[in-house]
Design a protein around this ligand. Structure first.
Ligand code: NAD
Length: 453
């Protein structure tokens, strides 16, 4: 048996003992996970620093604080989430007990991505534990140090048979994908998302696909451009542009393009100093492969701000591109790096048309003082999430489902949505054996006389 097969078999066996099901056990595991965060914060930050050059505070802000909030919420709400949910009855079932009983699915496979290597891998695990499942955790191999620390630490705090970590790259993931799971939760790019879905289809395994894509950002001329640009600059260059919901590009009227460039440039300086390369808060592109991919996108566009780079350090300065054409290289795929193209368009109609020509994005941003503009953008486009007058923060609201639509993914999670996503919502109808008289109408022979019609 391969290492991957063994981990899955052990998780299945542990699940079959039933020990992941009692709520007290789930809560204890979540508390242990919380303890890991409290006691090992430094080791987690050090690993992420080595992988992505994220500062310690940055790691707390963007990787661990949100998870701790999610763990706390799950602990507080688990009894309520797991309880039978009463539903409306129809005439035929008035005297019955009718409810939804969430039940664990079984063994879940969690495949994480590298850009927020701790958050996007552990967050689904919180949902899997809360829902009473076993879960095999596969962190991204691209973040070597984070994968190692996850592999070292998780078994010290949570049930290592129910929640094993399997490290490795594509061959190991593919070996895992040959096994039978009860759910696969994948975070990563849309191309691999298709590979995952194909593998899952062989066992009819349901999937959650948390993917990416080009998230547009429309800046209306009727808005506080300075504030809008500060928020966009934050959303774009955090984690060096390697955020699934980073605003990918800006759409705005030509009359405000220069102003937008100036304001973004000013915010870059305010956030990351004159020399972002030496600024603790400015990250690095994950590796040379991605460095080359991102630099190649610059070839046919005009740099308005930034553009400096250093391959040996995987450094690309926060960069703004002006007068970008839809055919430009930078517009052909998700950028996932610190380039911000600006596409001049003639107004809202044009922006909506442009957005609707592309794949449905994971996030859509609109900056405007005018509610009509925001409402039109909401009503005439589709995306995983819509955020007006800010970037990224919808991710932090546990009461909102986080997920994509179409090419940006399927299924959703966070808060109770994670619990529901990784549970089977079982329909239960409990009848008594008495009152047989009321059933006589449904038994044959079916006659008009019996029905009274
Ligand atoms: P990645 O390279 O780390 O891949 C993700 C996972 O897929 C890894 O665990 C890897 O082992 C596995 N994998 C890669 N190729 C595979 C293959 N051929 N077969 C089986 N498994 C394979 O990460 P990535 O895909 O570069 O991540 C970046 C993408 O993820 C971006 O598109 C980003 O928008 C998206 N993303 C989405 C979210 C979200 O919540 N929706 C969050 C983070 C990242």
């Amino acid at each position: 048996m391969s290492r991957e097969q063994q981990a899955v078999a052990r998780a299945r066996k542990a699940f079959e003992t039933g020990r992941s099901k009692p709520l007290e056990y789930r809560i204890q595991q979540l508390k242990n996970l919380q303890q890991l965060f409290t006691e090992r914060q430094k080791e987690i930050s050090d690993a992420i620093k080595k992988d992505l050059n994220k500062s310690e505070v940055g790691t707390q802000l963007y990787e661990t604080l949100g998870l701790e909030g999610e763990i706390g919420l799950a602990i507080r709400k688990l009894k309520e989430w797991a309880a039978p949910r009463a539903v409306e009855k129809n005439l035929l079932t008035l005297s019955d007990t009718v409810y939804i009983q969430p039940e664990p699915l079984g063994v879940v496979l969690i495949i994480g991505a590298w850009n927020y290597p701790w958050a996007v891998t552990i967050q689904p695990l919180i949902g899997a534990i809360a829902a009473g499942n076993a879960a095999v955790v596969k962190p991204s191999e691209v973040c070597v140090h984070t994968a190692k620390i996850m592999d070292d630490l998780l078994p010290l705090y949570i049930d290592k048979e129910l929640y094993p970590v399997v490290t490795g790259g594509v061959p190991e993931t593919q070996e895992l994908l040959r096994q039978r799971f009860d759910h696969i939760f994948y975070t990563g790019n849309s191309t691999v998302g298709k590979v995952i879905m194909e593998a899952a289809a062989k066992h009819l395994t349901p999937v959650t696909l948390e993917l990416g894509g080009k998230s547009p950002c429309y800046i209306d001329k009727n808005c506080d451009i300075s504030v809008a640009c500060r928020r966009v600059t934050w959303g774009k260059y955090t984690n060096c542009g390697q955020t699934c919901i980073a605003p990918d590009y800006i759409l705005c009227e030509p009359s405000i393009q220069d102003r937008v460039i100036q304001e973004v440039q000013k915010s870059i300086k305010d956030f990351y100093t004159e020399n972002p390369k030496t600024c603790l808060d400015y990250g690095r592109v994950i590796n040379q492969r991605h460095f080359k991919r991102i630099m190649a996108m610059l070839e046919d566009s005009t740099v308005a701000v930034g553009g400096d780079n250093d391959e040996s350090d995987c450094y690309i300065a926060p960069t703004v591109l002006r007068d970008v054409k839809p055919e430009a290289k930078v517009m052909q795929e998700e950028i996932f790096g610190p380039l911000l193209p600006i596409l001049p368009i003639s107004g809202l109609d044009d922006a909506i048309k442009f957005i609707n020509k592309g794949e449905k994005p994971l996030a859509l941003y609109v900056f405007s003082q005018d509610d009509k503009v925001i409402n039109r953008m909401r009503d005439e486009t589709s995306s995983g999430g819509l955020l007006a007058n800010d970037c990224l923060v919808h991710y932090s609201v546990s009461s909102l489902p986080f997920g994509g639509v179409g090419n940006s993914g399927m299924g959703c999670y966070h808060g109770k949505f994670s619990f529901d996503q990784l549970s089977h919502l079982r329909s239960c109808l409990i009848k008594k054996l008495n009152m047989e008289g009321v059933n006589k109408m449904r038994y044959p022979p079916h006659t008009h006389k019996k029905l009274g019609w």
